[in-house]
Write a protein of this length. Sequence first.
Lengths: 961, 308
Amino acid sequence: MDEEEYLHRFGTPLEPLEKDEVPAKKPLMIEDQIVKDENGKRRFHGAFTGGFSAGFWNTVGSLEGWTPQNFKSSRGEKASKVQQRPEDFMDKEDLGEFGIAPQGIRTRDEFAKESEQEQRTGQRKRKLMQPEVTGPIPGVPVLEQLLRPVRDKVAVRILKSMGWKPGQGVGPRQTRKEKRLATTRNQREKYLLEHYGAEGLPNNDKSRNSECDDDENEENEEEDEEITFAPDDYEPAFYTPKDNRFGMSYSGLSRAPVLSKASDISGAPMQHINLFGQLEMAAKQKQLSIRGQAFGVGAFEEEDDDIYARDDMTRYDFSLADKQPKQKKTQHVQQRHVIDGFCEDKRNTTHTKPFAIDLPRDFQPRNWLLRRSRFTPLDAERARKLAATTEHKKAGLGRHDLNPEQRAQLLGESQAKKNPFKTGTSVSSQQERGKSLLELISSKSNNFTKGGLITTTGEEQPTTTPPPELSKELQQSNSVILEQATAKTKNLASSTPTTGFKPFLADEAKQLRYEKFLASNLQDDTEITAFLADLQPVTLSLWDREMEKKEFVQAAKIYRPLAGLMLDRFVSEVTVQAQKAQVSVQPAEQRKIAMERTKTMWKPSALLCKRYNIAEPFGGALPDAEKEPKAKSKMSIFDYLETSINTKENFQTPSIIPKHIEVSKQQKRLTPSLPPPPDKEEEQQQIKEQPGLSVEPKQAAAAVKPTFVPRTPLEHAVDAARNKPISEKVDLFKSIFDDDDEDQMDTAPAEEEQTADEKLAAMQAALGLPIAGTSAAAANVLRNTSPPRGIFAALFKPAEKQEDKPAETAPTKFAPIEGNKLKIAYKSREERLRNDKELAMAEVPAEQLYGPRLPISQPKQKTASCAEASIDAKLQQLWQQHAPSKRKTENWVERMMSSSDDSDEDSIDSSSSDGSNAKAKKSKAKRSHKKASSKKSKKSKQKSKKKSKKSDKHKKKKSKH
Amino acid sequence: MPAFLDFNCCKTIDCKQGAVRAVRYNVDGTYCMSCGSDKKVKLWNPATGLLLKTYGGHADEVTDAVGSCDSSYIVSASLDKSIIYWDVSTGTPVRRLRSHAGGVRCVCFNEDSSIAISGGRDNAVMCWDIRTRRLEPVQVMKEAKDCITTVLTNEQKIYASSLDGCVRHYDIRMGEMCCDKIGQAITYLAQTRDEQCLVAGCQDSVVRLLDCESGGLLSEYKGHQADDYHIECGILASDAHIVAGSSAGDAVIWDLLEAKVLQRIRISDNGGVVHSLATHPKRQELLFARRRDMYVFSADLQIEEQQL
């Protein structure tokens, strides 16, 4: 009964069926349901009979037949023009509720919601049925359905919802007095704006209207204060921030004709004339304002008619191309952040705030735009600097006093490379030329120059001055020039060839060493080290010496003296040619062909031999070097790649080497002196594989053995047994699939193991294999040796417990067998906990196990350790005692999500009462307990159960301890 | 040894097949073949300059051609990576053999023309059993490290010269491969009639005479220019003279023993590399290829006159 109260019912319940009442008729089938019109006539029928009934029996007539409209007109009463409406041509049904033009009272479209509109009379459907005549595509245009004209902007809609009505202003309602004050203020503002700042002011027609209203209402001043009015619809003046340097309210000249209307509406210079738009009536009432023009019409002048307006060609579009497609795009992007119905302010109104700068104290402002005369004196400091930098330029280093030869000498070019064309140096050649000239031209003329000497006598003088003398002179002059130059360039230390750059100036001794090193001009590395060893102090370490050497060499490379640098950079063409000639001569001498003959085995194919009519060498016993052409029918481009490892021969099956190769101690004990058995078969194979090599088999074995054993005995067994009948393979299968547990239980009777070993030995003997020292299973290195996990671990559990019981000293049995991880040593959880750190990797904590929980075979043991147990455990015990025993049988141990939890619990258990964690647990347990007792919800039960399980485990452990 | 007689130009044939890549005599020297850059091989009568047949079917320049011992077939090598076995009389390709991974540079027949040997830019020498319909090579030798320039064979050996500077002797009888390393890229290889020596034209403008048995260098012949061209060389029928082309538009004939230049055959005054040549198997006659022309040079005019 209580439940009834809480039930909620929706809809009207069906009348309960009474048993006696049998439904009278069968329900009408869908196909039998017929739409009928008022006359009871079938409304829709097949297309061949007209589709659907309309009109009067599908005619335009009526019961009375068709009557034409009567027309009556007289002199006194002329016939009025008859306005025909579509309804005149409609049937009655069409005007009905479900007709084409339903007639009835309903909300107008403007006031109805869109959804309502659609709902009402199924207008959509009708629309679909209406034939669309205008468009080329039949049917209602999709766009028309998708896009609905916006009637109100969002803001307006919001305002409306807040109670605003069109025509009113926005803001709190005002009393009459307040309103009047506001209007006057607004008017004044508007006036000011009109006269002095028309910038960005929209048309204020509405405010003007309100102005008129105001006059009427003036009389009723002393009205009730309680009556409040909506504020005027007044658009406040927007003061646009000034971001240019023009005068107040100045706008630049626009290209549009001065007096045209277009210019004042918007600054767009090329405005398109809308020929089809409405004529602008507003043009009549001209506003007095300062417009965008510099001169022409005075501020207080009325604008003349647009007499000079000329149709400018710039106003016309000459192409259909959209002129600002990109701008539009950017707009779209910008408007992404803008709420629907709003648009972003395009003007950049955010102003960068000028920050005050702390100028340096000695800052002197200077107008950089101010031009300075060339003749104004420079300030002293700058002049000094300039002079310093340009000094050497002024001096010219005497460069321009030198002729090319002299310069060449200065640079050391002529010394280094003799110019064959100028071998005799300039002097002698000049002399010769002079001579020939003298010979050619008649000697009568007196004042000829030769060698720069003017003959005063007038007689022809043979050139007597010997070349050495002249060159001496030249040398002298050169030396003088050199001296001058060095004197001048003394200050420019870095570039002078004599001093050179000093990279190690900081360490004088080092610099000295460096200079000496440079002077020595050594090339050989060992020589340099020897040379530097003499110079370097004893205290310098070997490494330092080496570093210094490197540094010196590097520095010498980088900071070469100028002469060397120049020599490197400029080479005369002649020398280049000479070098070329040398090169061309040299190799002929150098080339000495040393013939080398190498012989290798090569096996001609049998067919080739046949065709050559030659017996195959060695009777065709030659090893086949390449089987490729036979093996592959198709040639591949990759065959020609040198480093191809894709061929069969090159590919080696990777051998899996077990991680732990170290032989366990036990095994060592068992077979202490047994070396790994030599594999004859393997050796033979190796010999076969490398017939060309005459390596002694033993050596080869020795070389191979220590690294790794490529094949285990088992593999050999498999190999050997490959061709045997299945019946004989039983042993092999045994060795493969035999249970490893025998081996795992190391403590198992030795006899068993022996027998197994013997078996194996026998089998191997039968197969003709050397007896392996270990059992096949142990040798089966490919076996997964990791301890069992998950469900497998659980499977192994009972066996362990059985063993656990009888002997209390069991733990020694399950101590981890050192080094023999091959064998799966099974340990109790406790031990695992103990050895947690050692075997952290190989272990899987019990909490991570999942699967059906194993039955708890042991009865609970209440020992003294219980006292030590944590309180939560106690609580859980308590709970367990009272808990229903039903669900004991099968529980699921849930897998813990985090291992940290695990360890926490472990720690709690081991140390019985721990830190905050334990406390938290306690509180949790308490809470859960309370819940369980009060509400006994399922959830809490489960929780507590889990706890109890854990505690169970703990107890067990404790007992073991 | 007969005294050396100067060679004189007997005939100049405009092959009209683009640049002539190679000229070769047939087995007895009565006909000759020219391989053109227009992908065709032409068969000529060198004595009269008569064009006998044109063999077209290659997809790229023909680099070498050789006639079979009975002159009924021609094998041609082309840069289209294939060699074609032509029927001489009908002029139709009998077989087209593709296995080379690069353009084929050279080709030769064994003695009874049952095996064709080709060498290519894929560093491989391939032996083809040409008479059967087998489309794969009988044997492939891929020891060379660079392009094979010439393959030669005699009764028991196959010689392959390569740009890696080695001449490889594949001794079928012994079942061994000898690699004689010269160290210079070998552009051409010719064999003396007595099959004791090889004449190797090297890239360093030296023609070297190699001993087949010991692999020693017997002599060097200098005086021509090889530059970067694949200049061919040859040994005259008398086995006493060695001839080599030159990039300077001439050919040089040396005495085999003295390594002395006997004659510089001025083939053309206006340049053009004389890169290919062929020596007549019996007479003192030479074929040269220069640009688009083939030149026939002969020393024994009398014999010709007698023949005529």
